[in-house]
Design a binder for this molecule. Structure first.
Ligand code: NAP
Length: 250
């Protein structure tokens, strides 16, 4: 396969697990110098070993703007620039509206929306004309999911940011697009805060309701991310690409 990212620097937030790790591996396989970030040093070290090549891992909690600033300073010091930003770090939590606390609201919004927003803001000084940003939203941005109101609202905000920032950055030659995965098997399912039986029932239902009758894979999402980040998508900005087996559409 052609090396679409030869000589390019790709920063993947939340690159030590799941969708971020699959994308980081795919970027590296196509020639990119990959930088991944996350909160967990051990997971970062394991992921860097898996990605191989010149990958580096930097600890940064995106819910803290000072961490993001420090992350970008480190990227600037070691790589000098960012050609591709995959703003992917995110968390999920399921709860009915009656039990959602202020702290849970702030936690989800602080990571998924504020964290992503300031990641883009702080990366921009390192991004030149021709660079690309991909934001990770979700099927939940456009489809009602019971007990996922806060998560879904955070993802709808990300979809909106894809449009606004796409419009704002187009004159600078920086494209901004959104990928919206459907259900994809990753470690995030262990973090929803629901019991094992409920989780198993939820996953069975999601697979059964999907037109393709299955979950997607992280590699299937990575392929869309790489397309949007590559020069093949040179006339594409502000769009959302669902990778969801068709479930948002039918
Ligand atoms: N899996 C799905 O079905 C699905 C569907 C739609 C959208 N998504 C979205 O895809 C993204 C990745 O999720 P995933 O499924 O790959 O789950 P995952 O395996 O749990 O990965 C989440 C990643 O985000 C990082 N992260 C979480 N909070 C962070 C913080 N405050 N600062 C920095 N990094 C943080 C985690 O690293 P640390 O733990 O080291 O911080 C980890 O690398 C999320 O935005 C999620 O909403 C997933």
């Amino acid at each position: 396969m052609a090396m679409r990212f030869d000589g390019k620097v790709a920063l993947v937030t939340g690159g030590n697990s799941g969708l971020g790790l699959a994308a980081a591996k795919a970027f590296a396989a196509e020639g990119a110098e990959v930088v991944i970030s996350g909160r967990d040093r051990h997971k970062l070290d394991a992921a860097v070993a898996e990605i191989g090549g010149q990958a580096i891992g930097i600890v940064a909690d995106v819910s803290r703007v000072q961490d993001i600033t420090a992350l970008m300073r480190e990227v600037e010091g070691s790589k000098g620039r960012i050609d591709v930003l995959f703003a992917n770090a995110g968390i999920a939590r399921f709860a009915p509206i009656g039990s959602v606390t202020e702290a849970e609201w702030d936690g989800l919004m602080g990571t998924n929306v504020k964290g992503l927003y300031f990641t883009v803001q702080q990366a921009l000084p390192l991004m030149r004309r021709g660079s690309a940003i991909v934001l990770n939203a979700s099927l939940a941005a456009s489809k009602g999911v019971p007990n996922a109101s806060v998560y879904s609202a955070s993802k709808a905000a990300i979809r909106s940011l894809g449009r606004s920032l796409g419009a704002e950055l187009v004159d600078r030659g920086i494209r901004v697009n959104v990928v919206s995965p459907g259900p994809i098997e990753t470690p995030i399912f262990g973090t929803f805060g629901v019991g094992a039986d409920d989780l198993a029932a939820m996953k069975r239902q999601w697979a059964g309701d999907n037109p393709m009758k299955r979950f997607g894979t992280a590699e299937e999402v990575a392929r869309a991310v790489l397309f949007l980040a590559s020069d093949e998508a040179s006339y594409i900005t502000g769009v959302e690409v669902p990778v969801d087996g068709g479930v948002a559409s039918f």
